[in-house]
Design a protein around this ligand. Structure first.
Ligand SMILES: CC(C)(COP(=O)(O)OP(=O)(O)OC[C@H]1O[C@@H](n2cnc3c(N)ncnc32)[C@H](O)[C@@H]1OP(=O)(O)O)[C@@H](O)C(=O)NCCC(=O)NCCS
Length: 215
């Protein structure tokens, strides 16, 4: 498979938090002869520079190509049109040698767990660059997302095709049926819905209404 190298990014200016990646794992690569800082940076969506938006769009488009063939431009347009509606949207970027290695997206949201409203952190769009997997980048951005859940005292709610990956963090799959009351929107489509932390007190009511399109 022909994989483009990660897009080189200018050093970002406007970040919510920045953590040295070495805090997460000792094996991250930064093998440039002139290494740039390595770290996980969290941006508010509104502050995410255009180059970083494009890098996210390219990575997501590579991992989950849009079915309509609109490519990276279509992906960027979809991001611009939907993300402004996501309250408190943040992007967690793992950057090494000024390149995007992995990304995750979180926003603050309220779902209905049966009849009860539940404030959650929605976690979505987790992926790492296919040429740089197994080096801790995925873990680094997921860690940043789960830190946000802890800091806001909300469970993270997300879908996944790879529950084992998140079980390593202590997340767990839930059995409630996931629906959405937003007309014409799809709920989750992955085989598993998950919460983090896995020991969050949970109501196994039959249905969760996401009250939004699935993320
Ligand atoms: C899942 C994904 C994000 C992992 O990223 P990564 O950068 O390779 O992950 P890391 O290097 O941080 O972590 C690797 C660890 O996770 C484990 N891991 C990776 N994929 C896994 C999976 N599918 N199931 C269980 N464990 C997995 C590795 O064994 C490794 O464990 P170790 O720390 O004991 O060596 C990446 O494979 C990816 O982008 N996949 C495609 C998109 C996707 O499925 N995203 C998840 C959507 S919810």
């Amino acid at each position: 498979m022909n994989i483009e190298p990660p897009r080189r990014l200018p050093v970002p200016a406007q970040v919510v938090t920045a953590s040295p990646a070495a805090e997460y794992r000792g094996t991250m690569v930064n093998d440039s002869p002139d290494p740039q800082p390595v770290g996980v940076m969290t941006f508010a969506w509104a502050d995410l520079p255009a180059e970083h938006r494009l890098a996210c769009a390219e990575l997501w488009q590579h991992v989950w190509p849009l079915a309509d063939g609109s490519g990276v431009a279509g992906r960027l347009a979809a991001m611009e049109s939907t993300y402004d509606d996501q309250h408190g949207l943040q992007l967690h970027l793992a950057i090494a040698d000024t390149s995007l290695m992995a990304v995750a997206r979180t926003f603050l949201h309220t779902v209905a767990l049966g009849r009860e409203p539940l404030d959650i952190v929605a976690l979505a769009s987790v992926c790492s660059h296919p040429a740089h997997r197994g080096k801790g980048w995925g873990d680094a951005v997921v860690h940043a997302a789960f830190e946000r859940a802890a800091a806001t005292d909300r469970p993270a709610l997300f879908q996944s095709p790879v529950p084992e990956y998140y079980e390593r963090f202590g997340s767990r799959a839930i059995s409630n049926e996931i629906t959405t009351s937003v007309v014409g929107a799809k709920p989750f489509t992955d085989p598993f819905a998950m919460i983090h932390p896995g020991d969050t007190p949970w109501n196994n009511v039959p249905m969760i209404d996401l009250k939004a399109p699935g993320w």
